[in-house]
Design a protein around this ligand. Sequence first.
Ligand SMILES: *Cc1c(COP(=O)(O)O)cnc(C)c1O
Length: 387
Amino acid sequence: MRKGFTTRAVHQAGHKDQASKAVAFPIYQTSTFGQETPGDPTEYLGRKLSYGRTENPTRTVLEETLADIEEAKYGLTFATGLAAITAVVNTLQAGDRVVACNDLYGGAYRLFTQVYAKLGIEFEFVDTTNLSCVATALEKPTTVLWLETPSNPLLNVTDIEGACKLAHQAGALALVDNTFATPVLQQPLKLGADIVLHSTTKYLNGHGDVVNGSLLTDKKELWDKLKYVQNACGLVPGPQDCYLILRGLKTLGLRMERHCANARRIAEWLSGHPRVTQVYYPGLATHPGHAVAKRQMKDFGAMLSFEVDSGEEGARRVLSSFELFTLAESLGCVMSLVNHPASMTHASVPKEVRHAVGIGDGLIRVSVGIEDVEDLIADLDSALSKA
Ligand SMILES: *Cc1c(COP(=O)(O)O)cnc(C)c1O
């Protein structure tokens, strides 16, 4: 029987350093590995150690631990989330077509439209919360359906099982960016996805001190292709970063409980605030994706967005008035962060496109941390008084 989530996260796929039995797997800070005879590299943890870009034991342990907690057969880890995205797109060729959700992570949108579109890969962005839009988009031959749920920054929810079914009927692969939910709350491979992507920078590491990305799959042929690209394009993370993520993963289950409980309290509190006109949080019964989120997620996560009644000017005053919430890009770490999508995380998305998908200039995104929730609410209350 598979052991519980936190047991798996703490035990690192059963790996201990074989030489020393160190309880924390060591950082193999090395660029290469000596060989006894030419062309006969040392084997360790089932991998041939020839060169640090190709294999590194600390990275192997992270990849196998990530696979274990996502309940995937295979894992890979990358320098950043965008490097993981780059790896997937580099398995495609000119003429291939990607259908993606229309409120995709801003950096992925920029990479697709500014870097890969000119190499002949076609991208179409659709409202994947509406399965009939997905079905229409998949009428043209498609290579990958690219989903992000809950999405960034509006927390839109896509029915993973329904969308993956449509992708497979159309002969496309289905990828889910699971960064916002984490494997604690949502397991897309069980709902039909072929590839799960994480910006491990966020909750999986959780401490705001590393950038990293990962891909998980059950399909050996996909893993082989992606692993080839990981090495051929040199998209790998350093061993020290891998170590920090292994450390962060040990408390992921515990952190998510607190993150979600804090976010639920804050979403409810904001909903009752007289200056707040709109709260986007899938845990609220009024959220359009609530029913689907309830079905496919164990809890609703700790990302939320809201609007104040005084528009962009008011939002800017609020954003500059926090004591505990740091105004910063990124999300998913123990300390609470706030962000202004229009001028920060989503600034690379053209204004018309942003407005069309509902990302207004007065929108404030919150990544709720694990601090004591009364302190966070007091800070929000004081900042909102400047709205
Ligand atoms: C941050 C993020 C990424 C990109 O990851 P980096 O580690 O910043 O390169 C991709 N998808 C989502 C949903 C993200 O939040």
